[in-house]
Design a protein around this ligand. Sequence first.
Ligand code: DGJ
Length: 721
Amino acid sequence: MIRFNQKEGVFHIQTKSSSYVFCLSDFNVLEHLYYGKKIPDDNVRYYGNRQIYSHLGHESREDRSFSPSVQGMEISPFNSGDIRTPSVIYNCDGDLDCNRLRYLSHVIYKGRKPIDGLPFSRRTTDCETLEVTLVDKGKNLEVTLFYTVFPSVDVISRYMQIKNTCKKDITVQKLASACVDFYGMDYDVITLEGIYLYERAKVSRNKLERGTFKNESLTGTSSHNKNPFIAICSHNANEDVGEVYGFNLVYSGNFAEEVSVSHLGDTRVLLGISDVGLLWTLKPNEILCSPEAIMTYTDKGIGQMSRNFHDHIRQSIIESDFAFSSRPIVINSWEASYFAVSEQKVLELAKSAKDCGADTIVLDDGWFRPNDKSGLGDWRTDKERFPSGIKGLAEKIHAMGLKFGLWLEPEMVNENSDLFKAHPEYILTTSKAPLISRSQYILDLTREEVVRLIADRISEELKGAEIDYIKWDFNRYATEAGSFSTPQGEVYHRQMLGSYKLLSLLKERLGKVLFETCCGGGGRFDLGMLYYSPQIWTSDNTDPYARIFIQNGTGVAYPVSTASCHFTRGDCTSGRESTYEFRYNVAAFGAYGYELDLSEYSDEDKKLFKEFSEKYRRNEDLNLSGDLYRILSPESSNFYADIKVSKDKNKALFTFLEINATGFIENMALRLKGLDPDKLYKNEVTGEVLHGATLMNVGIRISDLYRKKRSDGYTVAFTAI
Ligand code: DGJ
């Protein structure tokens, strides 16, 4: 609900449990008052800061109580009186003298508007939007702040639009989607740190200190190393209690999030596209929109923050056709054969697929090239290895009662390709000798003609082929942000807009196809990609021990159904051995599938795989729509444990995994979470019937779990009776 109190000049955005409040100051500047636990409408102005620091500038000569450097600000242009970290910077002819943005008008309406060219929280029901337009009278430009509230999931989204209403060009240098000020600095900052093969594996928590904490990616992707998710929380917050503010950005390119503590000990959180290298020219009447930021508040700990985001992402970011629908159980050719794929091999894989309970065959890289050195950009099927072409192969797979998926990497071109030879100017580069990575360059998608050309080539090659699933890969970082046709300061963001355009075009042309995005493993695991693809390849690291950390971190910000997890040989990246059961128990965390050469496995193995697939299907509803409760963190113990509970609390699945078999059995009980204390639950393994209250307070004794082989891990389903 959004209310404007005319008399007080106060905007109050309310979710089920939180309040976000700002007002028009006496000087028509938007003053941030409060974000936190839900408060009543009365006395809201009381929350404003009225401390007087005479050395900091103030608006009025008579009354020193309003100072832009002391008050909370909804938007803070550089050089406009606020000496803290600015949220926007723009100049006109090099003149950086932004003015305080003054209120012009506002409107509140049901639903929301789309953001042109960018992904966003797409839901239009059960939400309300506030648009506040501000003006910089000196520069003559208009800024509109958009707030949409999704009350039932405690999420508020924000973005801004800047419009040049003057006669000269304006250059935008910084454009944060959200600026949220907090009194005090008693917070920890949580980010998801990683690296290739270990994406989001470290849930990093640091005590906020004076100065600026920056979470940033400059790779042209959201990256393996950083993630646009960030949270601040009270020092005492844990999984179940404490105040947590979670933030994320609906964007897949260079981003920056700054958490700055001012000399007064106040905290400012900024989220947006990175300002490094950003110089965006707005001609008269042109508009630039920032990506959307989302935020949630809870006083029920990090676990509740995750669940708020999970619900929001499933309801508003992912396409409704896929969000809650059963996903394919794929068998993917990559770890089965790498580049050595052929029609015959794929058909052989398909023959065994059903024996394992898989329903979709995914032909990964290699269908148009023998290695990674050629072919990208030309998109010509290797007819020697695939004599029936993609269309013919898809028909054969369908005739076997299976679905067909295909790998693509549309944003790239190999150096050894006809496209690159004919159009060396179609790549993203600043110099004549750009860095080469995996023998490929990134195509310059800031150019509309390149976007169209690639979309046409791929659609032409796949014409008539019935494809059910696309794996959309991206295997190098942008190391030189330059274009032969686009101004350098606009390249990174325009490139992202071009990628989104290409995704939209191919989705349109291919029809109702499930997209799984990927970026050399999990290098673009973000809300921008989830807008186009309900699931993302989580990491090239499929060693289940490492995957526990990767999946645990990923689940902090993203629903488990978005994390694509395959049962594989398990030892490819680490050489470490693991039991089949353990690999299954880890992979069943997310969207389950296989990536194996099935000819190496016996009929008995396949029978077991089929049982795994069936077990996964029985509990898939919990992955798609249930609530995730983390019980033991692999980062602070030798174990991982979680429970997924259905919304009606009638069904739950508990998972317990041991990371290093130490032989040491701790005398501990694991308290389950999220159950209904008054319901009776049947333990589907032991047949015991216990109250939710017993399971959540007394817990499951760990020694009971060890009746089984410890290296397998342990799962148990609970059903309310
Ligand atoms: C990187 C992906 O993460 C892998 O799964 C595979 O698709 C390869 N690319 C193919 O080149």
